[in-house]
Design a binder for this molecule. Structure first.
Ligand SMILES: *Cc1c(COP(=O)(O)O)cnc(C)c1O
Length: 424
């Protein structure tokens, strides 16, 4: 499918003249349309709630958009809990799906009444030691081990992943929790990442529903919720097709009616914790071509770098690039599009066919709305770019300013002599 930017060159230049480049821009219209489609796809389930994975796009202005659809926040750190709280979420609108969790984060999560999702059985005594009593509803994360397959395709390797508990541990955890007075139980699992197939959630759901029936039998507990977590992917490449959230919702419903309803478990709430699917396509990194270099290959140097968007450097991930204003030009030049880091993997594209790029052109890097800005870092002293929200009426607002050198140097501010050194 042809990948089309959600903003024109003119709009991109207008934003650049206000905030400079590079910048992240998010498409409110796209976010809202997709959020509504998600809510509709699962409207058959009374207790359905999407808990947006805050780590994907940690910005309170984005979180607030999701509030309009009755969604919650999925957090896994103190900063994410605090941000969800600041954005107006509270109590069971916050899911705390952490792992390797520090005590103070459990204490804070308990204080704000978040739903706790235990990643490991050793976390139960740890929680009791640091927080005291368990809440009334507790969720536990499951890992079936082995490989996770759909039809005959291996999608991922839960057996190699650090998350979750074995089935035996789930049984033991539920019995322990029940003995401590916990009344309602949840099951959570994240078994494959960035799946571009409508079968992932339905396959996962069936597996969790069967486990829920087992656990109810073995432990005599009330299963209140099943959390399908994240993993619903997006088509980064033009050759891929989008998932169909309506078909995904339908597939989960089918499994629900076949497995849970006959076991008298038709009251189970379905939760999701999507990040990538909620935001990925609705964010872009916009960067300007500032240098060209002709050596053994042709290079275009842009003013963004891997510190702004790490996925290509870290995972070799493909991000489609459009040269704004040249959408209809032939892709007849082969370039490596590089940033300025002293790191040869700092390339947004390698051997990519693009239209001829002139200095000053704006490059639109697609599908950067999730796990993009969020993974930013400061190597080489490169600073975080601003984040801009493009509203449905074409106006735009700054939702995070760019980092400044003062921000970068701020952690030296406890040393008197450094303060003077960094004064202009
Ligand atoms: C990362 C993560 C998510 C979101 O994953 P996506 O692939 O972005 O949908 C959800 N839940 C947990 C616990 C996660 O770690």
């Amino acid at each position: 499918m042809k990948k089309i930017p959600f903003l024109s060159r003119e709009k991109a230049e207008e934003i650049a003249s206000e905030y400079g480049t590079p910048y992240y821009v998010y498409d409110e219209a796209g976010i809202r349309k997709n959020a509504k489609a998600v809510a509709d796809a699962f409207s058959w389930n009374n207790g359905f709630r999407e808990y947006f994975a805050v780590k994907a796009t940690p910005n309170p202005f984005i979180l607030k958009i999701f509030k309009d659809y009755g969604f919650g926040c999925d957090c896994s750190s103190m900063a994410e809990l605090r941000m969800a709280k600041a954005a107006g979420f509270s109590g069971e609108e916050i899911m705390f799906s952490s792992n390797d969790t520090p005590a103070e984060e459990y204490v804070y999560a308990a204080e704000i009444g978040a739903l706790i999702n235990f990643d490991d059985i050793t976390m139960l005594p740890y929680y009791l030691e640091h927080v005291g009593e368990f809440p009334e509803t507790v969720c536990c994360r499951y890992n079936p081990g082995g490989t996770f397959s759909i039809a005959n395709d291996i999608m991922d390797n839960p057996g190699d992943s650090k998350y979750g508990m074995t089935e035996e541990q789930m049984v033991e955890a539920f019995r322990t929790l029940k003995a401590h007075g916990v009344k309602h139980f949840g099951i959570h699992a994240f078994l494959a990442s960035n799946t571009v197939t409508d079968d992932y959630y339905p396959t996962l759901a069936r597996q969790l529903f069967e486990l829920a029936v087992e656990l109810k039998k073995k432990c005599g507990v009330h299963i209140d919720l099943i959390n399908l977590s994240g993993g619903v992917g997006i088509p980064y490449k033009p050759s891929q097709e989008s998932n169909h959230i309506d078909l995904i919702g339908w597939g989960v419903r089918e499994a629900y009616e076949e497995v849970l309803v006959p076991s008298n478990m038709g009251d189970v709430k379905i939760f999701t914790e999507m990040g990538r699917f909620m935001m990925g396509p609705y964010g872009a990194l916009v960067t300007r071509a500032i240098h060209e270099k002709h050596i053994y290959k042709e290079y275009i140097g842009v003013d963004a770098c891997a510190a702004n968007l790490m996925r290509p450097a870290m995972y070799g991930a493909y991000h489609h690039i459009t040269v704004l204003g040249k959408e209809e030009f032939p892709d007849d030049h082969r370039y490596d599009v590089a940033g300025s880091l002293c790191e040869n993997n700092d390339k947004f594209a390698i051997d990519r066919l693009l239209p001829k790029i002139d200095m000053g052109d704006l490059l639109y890097i697609h599908d950067a709305g999730a796990h993009g800005f969020a993974m930013g870092y400061n190597y080489n002293g490169r600073l975080w770019s601003p984040e801009v929200l493009l509203h449905e009426n074409g106006s735009f607002s700054l939702i995070r300013r760019g980092q400044t050198l003062n921000d970068y140097f701020a952690t030296f501010d406890c040393f008197e002599e450094f303060k003077e050194m960094f004064e202009d």
